[in-house]
Write a protein that binds this ligand. Structure first.
Ligand code: NDP
Length: 481
């Protein structure tokens, strides 16, 4: 048997006894001098960090993106540079509303966050398993999330709050229909699609911009649970998704997704009947067909869940030359709020943690703060900018063309000129009879305890999508009485 390493304190001092505290006598009391005991208890007290306000419960793994199709006419990012090119990826999936200890098999949107460790820094694509979202204006975001979390008095989740907000915000209809459909309760994350959801931009070598949507289509097929099946699963295991992802990878059954894009020229964006920067809308495939880019494969479990998944920090602010943002208001808010959440949750220098650190060189002038552990710039005199000591400097070659901005600064009514019903109708019409019936029943179940006037307001929206939608939910509500 190989010799065991000597146990030490965190400062590296050898520990003689890890079983018995230092005490005045066999019956106590303890001595203040027992710094080993104090260090152990102090560490235990600090083992938790604030959980994410949203997307707290998560599962993740590492993998590879392999490019299968040349899209260099749209993007100059070296990541897309050549067929066969491989880039290391970290993926974190999550539910949205549940806390850190919530059960996995819950009806909820799934987060689908990717970090690509490219040679020009990290590109984070922080998406969901749905192509759209509940709202299109970020001013409504904290209110929306409050309806998904606990009531301030009862400390319980509230169907009333959810449907009150949704029925007063008809832009939510599209996402609500997806959430209440079969795909709203996936068995695990190998059997879901991922969507960048927001509109982003691709910039090519000639510095021309194309708007883009990112799609990851599961190659495992779609699998979901009915409500009753999920209740059974939760009764047996609250960690069903973690088990599925971890053991699939551990057993060499690596999940894969077909990575595709949809593209739209700036001119086309001026012509579409819908706002292409509205997060409650998709770009119809008929008009904007999917273009294959590559294959995403997850093939390595983290060695330490806390260090590599709980501390993983994804932010849409992390983009690389060749990929940029768009006027999408929800994206613009997330560019701020995700990085801000990590500064609060993990600390000022969260990007320097090994799982978040780029594999490419980092040169900035951020200075001190908690956990400053990275090296100075090569020349320590170059600690401000501009300087005369060869410190890192800006490179104009990375400038994007200016964003096309229409109008002057104002609070534009996000409801004006927006059709909240046609795209949910297109989705509803894709469902077969069985899918429609389950949609009606899932909605009726989620409306348990909701006051009649709120139910009626929401039924009015379903009627506008399709009379069969409203009537189907009415019948399911009647049957559930
Ligand atoms: P298409 O018929 O070309 O594509 C339908 C899309 O719907 C496919 O991407 C399919 O994903 C997806 N889908 C099927 N069932 C569900 C479900 N229960 N929940 C969510 N997505 C589902 O349609 P269009 O592009 O013309 O769009 C029609 C409607 O399809 C849209 O209004 C939207 O609701 C939905 N949709 C559209 C997407 C898009 O980017 N255009 C993306 C996802 C949904 P898969 O191929 O994996 O089966």
């Amino acid at each position: 048997m190989s010799q065991k390493p000597t146990l030490t304190t965190s400062a590296g001092n050898p520990v003689a006894d890890n079983q018995n505290s230092l005490s005045a006598g066999p019956r106590g009391p303890l001595l203040m001098q027992d710094y080993q005991l104090i260090e152990k208890l102090a560490h235990q007290n600090r083992e938790r960090i604030p959980e994410r306000v949203v997307h707290a419960k998560g599962w993740g793994a590492f993998g590879t993106l392999t490019i299968t199709n040349d899209i260099s006419r749209y993007s100059k990012a070296p990541l897309f540079g050549a067929v066969g090119k491989q880039t290391e990826v970290l993926a974190r999936f999550s539910t949205v509303a549940g806390e850190l200890g919530a059960a996995d098999a819950e009806r909820d949107v799934r987060g689908f966050a990717l970090k690509f460790y490219t040679e020009q820094g990290n590109w984070d694509l922080v998406g969901n398993n749905t192509p759209v979202f509940f709202i299109r204006d970020p001013l409504k975001f904290p209110d929306f999330i409050h309806t998904q979390k606990r009531h301030p008095k009862t400390n319980l989740r509230s169907n009333t709050a959810a449907w009150d907000f949704w029925s007063l915000s008809p832009e939510s209809l599209h996402q609500v229909t997806i959430l209440m459909s079969d795909r709203g309760l996936p068995t695990d994350v190998r059997h879901i699609n991922g969507y960048g959801s927001h509109t982003y931009s691709l910039i090519n070598a000639a510095n021309e911009r194309t708007w883009v949507k990112f799609h990851f289509k599961t190659l495992q097929g779609h699998k979901h649970w009915a409500n009753a099946e999920a209740a059974d699963v939760v009764g047996r295991s609250r960690e069903s998704t973690q088990e599925d992802l971890f053991y699939s990878i551990e057993n060499g059954d690596f999940p894969k997704w077909r990575f595709c894009i949809q593209v739209m020229t700036e001119e086309q964006a001026r012509q579409t009947s819908f706002n292409p920067f509205d997060l409650t809308k998709v770009w119809p495939h008929g008009e904007f067909p999917l273009i294959e880019v590559g294959v995403l494969e997850l093939n390595r479990n983290p060695e330490n869940y806390f260090a590599e998944i709980e501390q993983a920090a994804f932010s849409p602010s992390n983009v690389i030359p060749g990929v940029g943002h768009s006027p999408d208001k929800m994206l613009q808010a997330r560019v701020f709020s995700y990085a801000d959440a990590h500064r609060y949750r993990l600390g000022t220098h969260y990007e320097a943690l090994p799982v978040n650190a780029p594999k490419s060189p980092v040169h900035h002038y951020h200075k001190d703060g908690a956990m400053r552990f990275f090296a100075n710039n090569p020349n320590p005199d170059a600690y401000y900018e501009p300087n005369s000591f060869n410190g890192p400097a800006q490179s104009a070659e990375y400038a994007e063309p200016p964003l096309p901005i229409e109008g002057a600064g104002d609070r534009y009514d996000h409801r004006e000129g927006n059709d909240d019903y046609s795209q949910p109708r297109a989705l509803f019409e894709l469902f077969d009879a069985g899918q429609k019936q389950r949609l009606f029943e899932n909605i009726a179940a989620a409306m348990a305890g909701v006051p009649e006037f709120i139910v009626e307001r929401q039924l009015g929206h379903f009627d506008k999508v399709h009379p069969d939608y409203g009537n189907g939910v009415r019948a399911a509500l009647e049957a559930a009485k």
